[in-house]
Design a protein. Structure first.
Length: 59
């Protein structure tokens, strides 16, 4: 009985190497898209405007 429970718990212990590789590829792809969006002209200008307004705000 104990052996069956232990065997069932060990069946899905974690991700295999191929799943790690696919996760890393997906994360790198997402990072590349995010970098492209953030460094685009419009988004960069908006971010700079937000920072300028925050630094110029009166307290």
């Amino acid at each position: 009985m104990y052996g069956k429970v232990r065997k069932a718990l060990r069946r899905d212990a974690g991700m295999v190497t191929s799943e790690y590789a696919m996760g890393i590829i997906a994360a790198v792809g997402f990072a590349a898209v995010l970098y492209a969006v953030v460094t685009s002209g419009e988004v960069s200008a908006e971010l700079q405007d937000i920072v300028k307004r925050a630094l110029g705000a009166r307290m």
